[in-house]
Design a protein around this ligand. Structure first.
Ligand SMILES: C[S@@+](CC[C@H](N)C(=O)[O-])C[C@H]1O[C@@H](n2cnc3c(N)ncnc32)[C@H](O)[C@@H]1O
Length: 403
């Protein structure tokens, strides 16, 4: 098998001969599919565009989707992410002039992505913030006083009410998105008293315990200034060309709030590339993590039911269904880059579940690409446990829809 791969042409050959840092690719195989490891891209902290800097559990670094978008698509092509999360793939696709198409079961996902596809100017944001009735009479949810000073909570509720009036434009949506990212965190850049990082809201009870342990009471925070500061930092890298390109893509974008197992209103054979990362079995509880953000959006977190299963068979069935949908929408020769992590202390390589699912859906698995970075602590890309929790390397199952 290895000699035929070495004499192949196209992307496989490119991956095998990849030499970014003078390091040769390593090769083995899984379920008859070549598995190729190298440092294909380097995801340095904060090295990507500032507009990506919105926290979300288990999001990937923008360098990952960019690697595949640049190789497998052209400007104007449609790029799909069936588990879009904060929208990393799709924002990167829009920056590169591709049409963003996405789906996530969590409504939060659209609220985080859509405003960043149509960013307003700082002047527009300032003007709109000056129009909010911050002191409006609203019933305060007293439970939330474990996170917020009473004045901060009043202002947050005033803003929430303002945003619930309907008919929001891109400026309101931007303010809503920024406020969502500032609700709770571990520094004075957030509305809350010290708590866990913003993408992992703790329960009220846990926050009470944190407050007791740290002997802290929520200090007043300036909601307007915090929103302006975060807006400035998100917009820091954005130039006029990029702004225009994003606005053009925003007009064409198709974003869905649904399970990706459902058929979506996307024409058959329209997509050039699917680049995505599913929930990894039971590693992250997205509903629990997002309850405070759901409150701000006026959503019931109980209605958000992400796929979180401990059973490998159920997970594999789910992936098969999603890949069947992707197959219908993808054009012949179109590619899927399906990122799976290492779970259960690296004892389960999820590509072993994805490859059979992909074959059932009609795809031809091209390879499993393993991106290893020098500074990651892992040295075990073939799955030898190292005792570390969570995902250490990026493992991407690359599939092709036959022509
Ligand atoms: C690993 S995260 C994706 C993160 C994304 N790549 C990013 O950079 O933000 C998985 C996402 O799958 C979503 N999800 C879970 N079950 C789903 C389903 N059945 N259909 C669509 N999305 C689902 C979760 O809400 C979560 O946002």
């Amino acid at each position: 098998m290895f000699s035929s791969i070495r004499s192949s042409s196209g992307p496989l050959r490119e991956f095998l001969e990849f030499q970014q840092f003078g390091r040769k690719s390593e090769l083995d195989e899984v379920l008859g599919v070549p598995r190729i490891a190298n440092e294909f891209w380097t995801s340095k902290q904060r090295a990507a565009h500032s507009l990506h800097e919105v926290s979300y559990r288990a999001c990937f670094k923008p360098q990952l989707p960019r690697f595949f978008i640049e190789r497998f698509t052209n400007p104007g092509d449609w790029v799909f992410d069936p588990y879009m999360g904060r929208g990393t793939s799709l924002l990167e696709a829009a920056f590169l002039g591709r049409v963003p198409v996405g789906c996530d079961i969590n409504p939060l996902s659209q609220a985080l992505l859509a405003p960043r596809l149509a960013p307003p100017t700082m002047a527009e944001i300032e003007q709109r913030l000056s129009e909010v009735a911050w002191e409006r009479k609203v019933e305060l949810p007293e439970d939330l006083l474990v996170f917020y000073h009473p004045t901060t909570l009043q202002h947050l509720c005033g803003l929430r009410k303002h945003l619930q009036r309907g008919g929001l434009d891109h400026i309101d949506r931007w303010i809503q998105m920024v406020a969502l990212t500032r609700l709770a965190g571990h520094s004075a850049g957030f509305f809350s008293v010290y708590t866990l990082p913003p993408n992992q809201a703790v329960s009220l009870e846990s926050q009470r315990r944190i407050n007791e342990k740290r002997k802290q009471v929520p200090p007043p925070r300036d909601v307007v200034q915090i929103i302006l500061r975060k807006s400035r930092s998100l917009l820091l890298d954005l130039n006029n060309d990029e702004r225009e390109r994003l606005h053009a893509q925003a007009g064409q974008a198709r974003l869905f709030t649904a399970s990706s197992e459902q058929p979506l209103a996307i024409p058959s054979q329209k997509l050039a590339l699917v680049v995505t990362s599913p929930p990894f079995l039971d590693v992250v509880d997205y509903a629990l993590d997002n309850w405070l953000r759901c409150w701000f959006l006026g959503l019931n977190p109980g209605q958000v039911t992400p796929t979180v299963t401990r059973r490998e068979g159920e997970w594999q069935n789910h992936i098969t269904n999603v890949l069947c949908n992707c197959y219908r929408m993808l054009r012949p020769e179109g590619v899927v880059a399906f990122e799976v992590g290492e779970v259960r202390k690296a004892s389960l390589e999820l590509e072993r579940l994805v490859v059979p699912a992909a074959r059932t859906a009609g795809f031809e698995p091209m390879c499993v690409l393993i991106n290893q970075q020098k500074f990651t602590k892992t040295a075990n890309c073939w799955g030898v446990a190292n005792g570390a929790k969570g995902t250490n390397t990026n493992r991407i199952v690359v599939l092709r829809r036959p022509g």
